[in-house]
Design a protein around this ligand. Structure first.
Ligand SMILES: Cc1cc2nc3c(=O)[nH]c(=O)nc-3n(C[C@H](O)[C@H](O)[C@H](O)COP(=O)(O)OP(=O)(O)OC[C@H]3O[C@@H](n4cnc5c(N)ncnc54)[C@H](O)[C@@H]3O)c2cc1C
Length: 448
């Protein structure tokens, strides 16, 4: 049975995140955006509040929450600041390889620490020369006894400037493509690890992004998260669990933009009337709300699939590209309703617009989500209706009855080229429309 209602526990968690977003994140979001700096103390407060690391199982001391709970929390925090929300949720992305790993020891060593102490863990597949093409990554992992030696650069790594742990994807041989990729849990202080300067960004400036460079960094065997050949699928599985939540960034920011625009439209006057009295404005508002609601449903569906043990990959991609693009449209419409004020740095909308440009890029661009979904629709989707060439578009209403009575000449034939229907015991020698020969005709009625 479908059910869109939340449990009392989920409502309590959402309300806690909402209070945190309004009391803690909203007041400082613009300051840190302007400073281009991550407010680390806010991440610590989120950790104290128990709204970080939600998916770590109870057996490691965590809350064992599902993706739906992550979606609820992230929507609220992103409604206050998508950048800070990105950095808070990044611990869940960084934790995914640990959760998915078949190496029990590495899980037992690090997962409880993330609950016990305020520790940040980031996730790195991307490199300066490989983002969308994860199988094309080049950071090298060379076997040395049972250990591995890392050499190379990871780039665009959220929180890497402040993280304690890094989930690093590297290859034993770039020519092996996805078959060469392994994953490793690397610690900040290890020899051969160097973090780059913060990358200056257009938006989400309250989130830290930097590169990590490895020079002969030794990773002990017990810190292998995925053996060579297992890393690529680990990364893809992680993305199918985190992409719905990228959708939630969009839902939260779009919801805020809509609320600000509605408030402004009710107060601002032009031509002697409120903006909200103009249908052109109201229709924009209706579409904003439609997009917020649709986006939320898509994120919830993908999260529900994951939490129910189903493979959420396709729903996750749909949610990601719909929600993030819808959010950008909603924020842009909100900015339009604010007129010139929307374009200034004195009103909050321009930050939302800059912040919402990013979710269409990270964790797989909108184009990559379309690649995933189109491949599924073309190759994996099972059609419900018969193919067009089997359509019995019966033009004679009595053909059905006559066929039932066994009359031979009521057989219907369909030309597979132009669709012409012919009735009779045999197809015609030649199609009267497209002139293709008899062989172009297929018997479509009676069926079977
Ligand atoms: C602020 C920020 C934070 C990030 N955080 C992280 C992180 O924490 N960890 C991490 O690993 N990465 C992170 N990333 C990297 C992000 O995932 C990549 O930027 C993204 O996957 C795109 O890769 P790229 O930038 O190399 O672009 P490219 O892969 O070079 O793509 C360039 C353009 O070509 C298009 N394109 C590429 N291939 C195809 C194709 N097959 N079909 C159609 N179009 C295609 C892309 O959609 C894009 O428009 C972050 C990026 C940013 C900007």
């Amino acid at each position: 049975m479908l059910n869109f209602s939340l449990t009392p526990e989920q409502i309590a968690l959402r309300d806690k995140a909402r209070r945190f977003a309004i009391d803690e994140v909203l007041p400082i979001a613009w300051y840190y955006d302007e400073q281009d700096e991550l407010p680390l103390y806010i991440l610590k407060k989120a950790w104290d509040e128990g709204i970080m690391n939600l998916t770590i199982p109870q057996k490691y001391g965590g809350q064992g929450r599902g993706l739906l709970e992550c979606a609820l929390v992230v929507e609220e925090i992103s409604a206050a600041c998508a950048g800070i929300a990105t950095s808070i949720f990044d611990n869940s992305l960084g934790t995914e390889p640990l959760l998915l790993s078949r190496n029990a020891k590495v899980k037992e060593k690090y997962l409880p620490v993330l609950i016990k102490d305020f520790k940040l863990i980031c996730f790195a597949t991307s490199e300066p020369l490989a983002g969308s093409d994860v199988a094309g990554l080049r950071c090298k992992a060379e076997k040395s006894g049972d250990d591995y030696i890392l050499n190379g650069t990871k780039y665009w790594v959220t929180n890497s400037g402040v993280a304690d742990y890094y989930a690093i994807f590297a290859t034993i041989d770039p020519s092996l493509g996805h078959k060469g990729i392994a994953a490793f849990l690397v610690e900040k202080g290890w020899a051969g690890v160097k973090v780059g300067e913060t990358i200056p960004k257009m938006g989400q400036r309250g989130s830290n992004t930097a590169g990590i460079h490895f020079t002969n960094c030794r990773v002990p065997a017990e810190n292998v998260l995925a053996q060579p050949g297992e890393g690529f699928i680990m990364a893809m599985t992680a993305f199918s669990r985190t992409r719905p939540i990228i959708g939630s960034f969009g839902v939260g920011a779009a919801r805020s933009a809509m609320e600000m625009a509605v408030d402004y439209a009710k107060k601002r006057k032009a031509f002697g009337a409120r903006l909200a009295d103009f249908q052109a404005i109201d229709f924009k508002i209706a579409e904003m709300y439609q997009k917020v609601e649709t986006a939320r449903l898509l994120t919830w569906k993908a999260a529900w699939e994951n939490d129910s043990g189903m493979d959420p990959t396709i729903s996750a991609s749909i949610a990601k590209f719909y929600c993030t693009e819808a959010a950008f449209e909603v924020v842009s419409d909100a900015l339009q309703i604010f007129g010139g004020y929307g374009y200034t740095r004195l009103f909050p909308i321009e930050k939302l617009l800059r912040d919402m440009r990013l979710p269409m890029i990270y964790e797989g661009t909108s184009e990559i989500q379309r690649v995933v979904v189109s491949r599924y629709v073309l190759d994996g989707y099972k059609p419900v209706m018969p193919p067009i060439e089997d359509f019995p578009l019966l033009a004679k209403h009595d053909v059905h009855l006559e066929a039932a009575e066994g009359k031979k000449d009521t057989i219907a034939w369909r030309c597979r080229i132009c669709g012409h229907m012919h009735y009779g015991p045999e197809p015609p020698e030649e199609c009267p429309h497209c002139f293709f020969p008899k062989t172009a005709f297929k018997k479509v009625w009676p069926r079977g």
